[in-house]
Write a protein that binds this ligand. Structure first.
Ligand SMILES: [Cu+2]
Length: 140
């Protein structure tokens, strides 16, 4: 068999294997990237939205629009015995971003921007349970 034919056969085999994986991979494409703006405008300092609904596996994408902000899952204001995300660095420049993967049990979590919490820059993350399947399979 010429080398090029072997190479082609390998390519076809790899492609077949990859397409075989697609169904299971598709089950995880529900994961979302949720953008939260950190803004300073006439209404004050705030997270927008200030109530974030997510599922485990999603990513919270914080974008600094104006001002200097961080994101703190304050331990005293959150469920105990949960590994909370660490406080982010202070985002000092417009356009700076920070991603926090959602890896939390279902529940309601409190976040604040430390420099501006007293000015109302607080929010809540609602982590919901299993995302409901659109396929509606009852049993397997
Ligand atoms: Cu702030």
């Amino acid at each position: 068999m010429p080398r090029s034919a072997i190479s082609l056969a390998l390519t076809v085999a790899v492609a077949a294997a990859m397409s075989a994986w697609t169904p299971s991979a598709a089950q995880h494409t529900d994961a979302r990237i949720i953008t939260i703006l950190m803004t300073r405008d006439s209404a004050g300092m705030r997270f927008s939205p200030s109530t974030i609904v997510a599922h485990s596996g999603d990513t919270l994408h914080f974008v600094n629009v104006a001002g200097r902000h961080d994101v703190d899952f304050v331990a005293d204001s959150n469920p105990r015995n949960v590994a909370l995300p660490k406080t982010t660095p202070l985002l000092e420049k417009a356009g700076a971003t920070f991603d926090i993967p959602v890896d939390l049990p279902p529940g309601r979590y409190y976040i604040q921007c430390d420099p501006h919490a007293e000015m109302g820059m607080v929010g809540h993350l609602i982590v919901e349970g299993e995302r409901r399947s659109a396929r509606g399979t009852s049993s397997s």
